[in-house]
Design a protein around this ligand. Structure first.
Ligand code: ADP
Length: 201
């Protein structure tokens, strides 16, 4: 059975990726958030979390039994082998849930939103990729205003993400989010029409 056309949506921290995802969702496009899914497959009681504890040890858990994501991330990010091990456990679980979700969609296309789609090689599972591009200085301002990260955390995160030249190279469609929300919405509408038209049917 032919699966729904699968469009990846990505962009650096603060680029406006989640804002774009909600605008598509308001237009009736199904959106799957892979970052959230990554958390879901390692929630307490999951096979994913049990497997992680077997491999890394119980120190990766908070006292309440939930995953200490930051401790595990700090343990893995500086070490390529540990990162590969972590990914080898979590990625197949995410891919399986993603495939199930795509199987449930009956529409012209569906969006998969993921912050590290390009860095993780996930773009190869997508039919096409949309990248939200925003200048770093504007991203920093918006992230600080959003209030979840400080400037040092922003720098740490962008150091692990790919640069704009790579994003340009790997994108099939670009959204420029240096302007206001009205300009963003206009681009989303135009792209939605384009994606619907090119999906045929
Ligand atoms: P990401 O998911 O890429 O990290 P968000 O969509 O959360 O980024 O956007 C970062 C912050 O910037 C959010 O608080 C969002 O409301 C705000 N934002 C996004 N686009 C714009 C825009 N065009 N103008 C003003 N604020 C914006």
């Amino acid at each position: 059975m032919k699966q729904v056309r699968c469009i990846g949506l990505t962009g650096g921290i603060g680029s406006g990726k989640s804002t774009v995802a909600s605008m598509f969702s308001e237009l009736g496009v199904p959106v799957l958030d892979l970052d959230q899914l990554g958390n879901a497959v390692t929630e307490p009681g999951s096979e994913g979390l049990k497997h992680l504890v077997q491999v890394f040890g119980a120190w990766i858990l908070h006292a309440d039994g939930s995953l200490h994501r930051k401790a595990l991330a700090d343990h893995c990010f500086a070490d390529a082998d540990r990162t590969a091990l972590l990914n080898s456990i979590v990625h197949p679980l995410i891919w399986q849930r993603e495939a199930e979700w795509l199987g449930w969609q009956h529409c012209k296309y569906a969006l998969i939103e993921a912050s590290v789609l390009l860095e993780s090689g996930g773009a190869s599972r997508m039919d096409q990729v949309v990248v939200v591009l925003t200048d770093e200085s504007i991203r920093l301002q918006r992230v600080l205003k959003r209030g979840r990260h400080d400037a040092a955390q922003f720098r740490q995160i962008i150091a692990r993400q790919c640069d704009d030249a790579t994003r340009h190279r790997l994108a099939d469609y670009l959204i420029d989010n240096n302007g206001d929300l009205m300009s963003l919405r206009k681009q989303v509408r135009r792209l939605h029409e384009q994606l619907q038209a090119s999906a045929g049917g």
